[in-house]
Design a protein around this ligand. Structure first.
Ligand code: XMP
Length: 507
């Protein structure tokens, strides 16, 4: 078990990811609220930070139980921190130290840098630099511009690097993390999906006992895997609720319900379409629409959960990226349930304990866990779909007719992707109904109808994305099908914007 102390760097999550890729379990904790019991951690990594040690009151947690006692690695701010507070000196750097750099010196015979190539590319992102090493330090790496790019402390398992080993562009970064964790800290590489399922199921059993749990299923990968894990642990005491908000894909409500029943889950379908669509009437602002959907969801969920007698737990499919909040932004983690899970702000009186079995794992790990649990590839490979559903793909106000049009369009597009073997090559795809009419001609008649935009993107986490170069023949077929089959649409366009600067959804 590895502890990552987060100082608020945008790359902290990536450290955890790389560590997990080595089959080693890691946890991110904010620097200002570190775990009380450190005995379970075999190594500690200090992240980077938007802060500077030269600020009036820089983040400086007490490391007396860690430094010199456990293997410790400081990255970027972590490295500066270990210098500044232990007799070294950090100052503003005179040269630009952002982006690509290459190591120009690697000290020989250092297990920490074993296997790192002579000119290895590293990624820098800092404006402070370590001018003087701390007491007892030995320099182990430099770049052309940064003399103290890496050091260790004599007589301790303390290491520090100014560059970011966790980013993809640091070519040997993963090797360095492996050297630190495996060679130096002796951490075992045993963190596998099977092990995760086994320990999670055991934990859930002992935590929940004979209590009843309610869980809102969305049809997506996360909530389904969470439900399957809980089902394995507590069986029929898990009560799942699947709400139709009227903004799902065509046939999705019935298809998904059937699929859940096939999995043996105790699931109740609640068709609340009318409640949602009524609440959305006349609303055209994206955030207002999201809020309205969130509010109705809570009402429906609340009504339904009251029907489950003696339920004391609420389970959610929250995954790690949803949990990690930037320390700088929030001052630490909170138990807030994110609104994009559509369970935002449950009424206080519900007084349910929250259980989130996937809280510590990433999306790709969720899929691996799902596969271990025997879920089908079809289910696990489903594209992400936003909680507010088609509401944020119908630009402007929502009517039942617009939902029908978009469901038909989306269905032709997605089915087309499947039929052409393209579905799995795309990270997410969907159609947007635009609030514009344009002139067309059908037969000899003038038409003045809706325009839809198709969007297909590749991405790894939705944070950045690029449009997919779908084959022209495919686009031609899909466009024809849409215009000929969906009444009310006479024009199809394809979105060729990347994120950033655009976003994946149009609202
Ligand atoms: P954007 O549009 O921000 O989307 O580039 C990134 C990813 O998040 C999804 N998304 C949402 N998911 N509730 C959700 O559950 C929302 O309000 C929401 N908005 C965007 C989007 O589908 C994409 O996968």
């Amino acid at each position: 078990n590895v502890l990552i102390l987060d100082f608020g760097s945008q790359y902290t999550q990536l450290i955890a990811r790389r560590v997990r890729e080595l089959n080693i379990y890691s946890e991110i904790k904010p620097y200002n609220n570190p775990p009380k019991d450190l005995s379970i951690y075999k190594a500690v990594i200090l992240s980077g930070s938007p802060h500077s040690v030269r600020e009036g009151n820089p983040p400086h947690p007490d490391l007396s139980e860690i430094k010199g006692k456990k293997p410790l690695l400081g990255v970027c701010y972590g490295a500066q921190y270990l210098a500044h507070f232990h007799g070294g000196e950090v100052g503003q750097s005179n040269t630009r130290e952002y982006g690509r750099a290459n190591l120009s010196m690697i000290k020989e015979g250092e297990p920490f840098l074993e296997g790192v190539s002579a000119n290895s590319q590293v990624w820098m992102s800092h404006s402070d630099t370590i001018k003087k090493l701390p007491e007892g330090a030995v320099r182990i790496a430099s770049t052309h511009d940064v003399e103290n790019a890496g050091y260790r402390i004599e007589g301790e398992d303390t290491y520090a690097i100014q560059f970011h080993p966790e980013v993809y562009h640091s070519t040997d970064g993963k090797k360095i993390l492996e050297n630190f964790l495996v060679k130096i800290a002796g951490v075992a590489q045993t963190w596998t999906p099977d092990a995760f399922v086994e320990t999670t199921v055991a934990d859930l059993k002992s935590k929940i006992g004979n209590d009843r749990v309610i869980l809102g299923l969305s049809g997506g990968v996360d909530s389904t895997v969470a439900a399957t894990l809980l089902h394995k642990a507590i069986g029929k005491n898990l009560h799942c609720i699947f709400v139709n908000n009227g903004l799902l894909r065509k046939n999705e409500y019935t298809d998904v319900l059937k699929q859940y029943e096939g999995l043996g889950l105790n699931v109740k379908g609640v068709d609340a379409s009318a409640r949602f669509l009524d609440a959305l009437e006349g609303e055209s602002d994206p955030e207002t629409k999201r809020k309205a959907i969130g509010r109705v969801f809570v009402e429906v969920f609340d009504d339904e959960s009251k029907l489950v007698e003696n339920a004391t737990w609420l389970a959610q499919g929250t995954i790690y990226p949803d949990v990690i909040e930037s320390v700088s932004a929030t001052g630490g983690p909170s138990a807030t349930i994110k609104s994009h899970h559509n369970v935002g702000g449950l009424p206080d009186y519900m007084k349910l304990n929250v259980v989130e079995p996937l809280r510590m794992i990433f999306k790709d790990e969720v899929r691996r866990v799902g596969a271990t649990l025997g879920l089908s590839q079809e289910l696990l490979g489903r594209h992400p779909f936003p909680g507010p559903g088609l509401a944020i793909r119908i630009l402007g106000d929502i009517t039942r007719e617009k939902v029908r049009i978009l469901q038909e369009v989306d269905h032709i597009f997605i089915k087309g992707l499947r039929d052409w073997g393209l579905y799995d090559k795309v990270w997410q795809a969907g159609a947007m109904l635009l609030p514009v009419n344009s002139v067309g001609v059908m037969g000899d008649e003038r038409t003045y109808e809706k325009c839809v935009a198709l969007r297909a993107v590749e991405s790894t986490d939705g944070m950045t994305a690029d449009w997919v170069h779908l084959p022209y023949e495919f686009m031609q077929k899909v466009s024809n099908d849409i215009i000929n089959k969906v009444k009310g649409v006479n024009r199809v366009v394809y979105d060729i914007s990347s994120k950033p600067p655009a976003t994946i959804e149009w609202e």
